[in-house]
Design a protein around this ligand. Structure first.
Ligand SMILES: [Zn+2]
Length: 85
């Protein structure tokens, strides 16, 4: 008898999901973040030394990169927006 899901619970879940970052760009940036951390974690697990380069972040969409700064942000195309952290 679970066909009546409390709407308040659903709303609460949706709110939590969308609360942190709501734009598409920010979600993409978050994905890059996750992939980066996953790669670092994997290297650490394998006992390798992780060379962490300079970090760059786009203030417009929070896209970030390690080691190199592109001329324009690959996510939101803001020119010269990517800055060292
Ligand atoms: Zn950007």
């Amino acid at each position: 008898m679970h066909h009546l899901i409390p709407m308040a619970a659903l709303f609460c879940k949706a709110k939590k999901r969308g609360a942190f970052r709501s734009t598409k760009w920010a979600r993409e940036a978050e994905k890059v973040h996750t992939e980066m951390y996953t790669a670092v974690k994997a290297s650490v697990t394998e006992g390798k030394n992780v060379e962490v380069g300079k970090m760059y972040v786009c203030p417009a969409c929070s896209w970030n990169s390690e080691g190199k700064a592109p001329d324009n942000c690959p996510l939101c195309y803001a020119i010269k927006a990517v800055r060292p952290v």
